[in-house]
Design a protein around this ligand. Sequence first.
Ligand SMILES: [Zn+2]
Ligand SMILES: [Zn+2]
Length: 383
Amino acid sequence: MDARILAAVMPAPRRPIEIREFPRPDLPPQSALLRTARAEVCGTDVHLWHGRLSGVPYPIIPGHVSAGTLEAVRGPLAGIDGQTLREGDRAVFFDVHRTCGRCRACTVHRTPTRCSSRRVYGITDSATEGLFGGWAQAIYLEPGVGIARLPDAISFDDYIGAGCGLLTAVHVLERAALRPGDSVLVQGTGAVGLSAVALARLGGAGLVSAIGAPPSRLALAKRMGADHVYDLDATEAPERLEDAHARTHGEGFDVVIEAAGSPRAVEEGLDLVRDGGRYVIAGHYTDVGSSSINAHRHINRKHLEIRGCWGSEPGHFLRALAILERHAARVPWREIGERVYSLNAVNEALADAEAMTITKALVDPWLTTSPEPRAPSPDPSLL
Ligand SMILES: [Zn+2]
Ligand SMILES: [Zn+2]
């Protein structure tokens, strides 16, 4: 790799992305430089571009979940699972770092995703500090970052197709306390919703339904494990409720997962979950406005459990890897990543993600032509 490393920088909200050169960093002990193979453009990047997240130290290099090859290691470097990491290893890393482990959120409440010291690659790390984002030819992995060797069974496209959505979904399913045979409804068929569908299926759900759009994502939801889907644009809430009751002994779903990011979805979800069920809200990563809730009808009388889900922990990262290693050959995670863009085309990638004309845009910082379709799945067989 050259001494100069190219990165795509978001200078401020609503400003075009710029390509900037960064010096190759000097590595302190227990750090590494990852040559980026794949990064992603996720919904968070669109929110970042819209300036909808607080505490973001622009300019930033976006791209919080990425995969690559260890270009340089200043060791000895132990991975998050204790393995020794070496130059040339295919590797991925947990994007959250500097969680303090000492504050009340970390120790007393055991909610480390609410630690105020935590920083996230590509989101709350500034480009003024260096290569802390995936839309770059290389990423600096500082001491303390949780790095893992990417198992041989997982391709870069498998990993990045699943991406942050799978990590989030692992946490969501944990919060949902899924029991074998449960009926599950997932609201939203973006990256989080699609992974939640797959995990509900793998986790032993008796019925997995999803509400979403457009038809291409609904078709993918079925291939990820949904038994049936509701087209958001072609059905109305009252008919979805009636159909849901017909499928669930007139009760509604045991578990409803909100991964839609819409206040109306929350209102509908509270109707679709059964009395005494669980409702997990994971799609409201930014403030999209208020939902109208009747506390008597929706919560109190319903004896309902409503849970939020914020961020992910190292355990969710390792569980996501274990799931991909076992199931990526059969569950088409890689197909969530739809098109690969070069650094020069990330403005286009952002625009496509914003318009939701693609499920997920991928970034290959070494690509010179762009965009191009992702390589097809070798085994697109049904789950
Ligand atoms: Zn993301
Ligand atoms: Zn803390």
